[in-house]
Design a protein. Sequence first.
Length: 473
Amino acid sequence: MKPQLFVLSALVALASAGVVDLNLKRSVEFSRVTEAIIEFPQVMDQIKGNVALQSLSGDAKVSALVASLRGLTSAAQAPLVAVAKSLGLTVEQYWVSNVILVKGLTLEKLSQLTSTPGDFLIRAQGTDYITDPITGEEVVTLQNPQWGVAKIRANLVWSITQGEGVVVGIFDSGVNLGHEALSAGYAGAWLDPHHNEAAPTDVLGHGSHVAGTVLGRANGIGVAPGAQWTACRGFNHTGNTTEALLLQCGEFFLTSTPRPNVVCNSWGGPQANPFFRPAVEAWRQAGIIPVFAMGNSGRFCRTVSASANMPEVIAVGATNDVDGMGIYSSRGPTSTGLNKPEVSAPGTNVISCGTGASNYVTNTGTSMATPHVAGSVALLLSANPTWGSAKLGAECSNSNEFEHSAPSFADYSLLGSSGCGKTTLLSCIVGIRKLNSGEITVFGGEPGSRESGIPGKRVGFMPQENSLYNDFN
């Protein structure tokens, strides 16, 4: 997973009008591009300050949220949309982030747009792609459960729950609906903004591998095999995409039936590009938990990709089978000082679904670690149906313990590398279902013993300073 997006250049302000990116202007002048993103001021502060909306919950809140986003962004965009259409431009409006995409630009039309009164920025549209992870041989012999599932002890939870009642959104290259481990878990909601295919497919295979690790129902590959999945193809058959197409997926997960409880995002972009943050904030308002891969930029500090570098998400680093950090895994903290990742999980030589009906392949990367955590969240929510994201954050942030090669609290310098809890993340889930007495369910042996498979204290997501668990709504 090695995405690449534009970097904003110097901007030039136009009197009493918007702002235009100078590089975009030059590109349009030389006919290198004929489309652009127009950004308007974000509206999430108005959403958060809407007392009536914030008093709602569940479907009622999400309906009000979507209606408010649509209304506020439509009003902000209307004057410029009218001008763009009068110029013969094709216009696509997005409400999950207050932006529009215009197509058919010439230098003259760009000049007319930028002279329109208002508060807006016209810039180039970013492109993104999924780089193939480190791929091994096709697997013939399969252990059950797979090593990552066993390492985080997800299999010890299955007598309590396998993720039933939870829906996970797969935001990736698609999902192979015909695979034996995935077909039964499909919840029926799918969007393909790239190829407009009516049913889920996955030529690239990245999304299928991710989905299999989250909830695959064969050969012990899935962390939460009882959960169901929906999907949006955010990346085309060659792994490429644009901002606008990613925003379509962002909107889909807010309006689909069923709506996911958690979205697994094994993709990202440069730290300097926060274009997807409004969508993440909207998901959070809707009670959707976003889990993002840190990226595969290696062992140096401050290499966290967007959107994993945002405070509203669970960022995931990758480990190997002896609990060491993967040499490929990006490290924290973020360029703005946030301690990331929240947790690290198995990402090396992970076996999951291929593109055939029953084949399995190994992949390596934070793309493979992220679905272990998304599946973990599914188990937590299934075992505790009344929990929302706030309760999940509060409980797991109080259930931390380091184990094996994970750093101690005293060794704070390591926290930006691996996060807290490391590969023992799922011990939080193994012990998280409380009995009526308030005790923690423990499987065999004394808590903390090797025989029990459970450390003496629940293990989960560590609350990082300035991170999402300080404000998990």
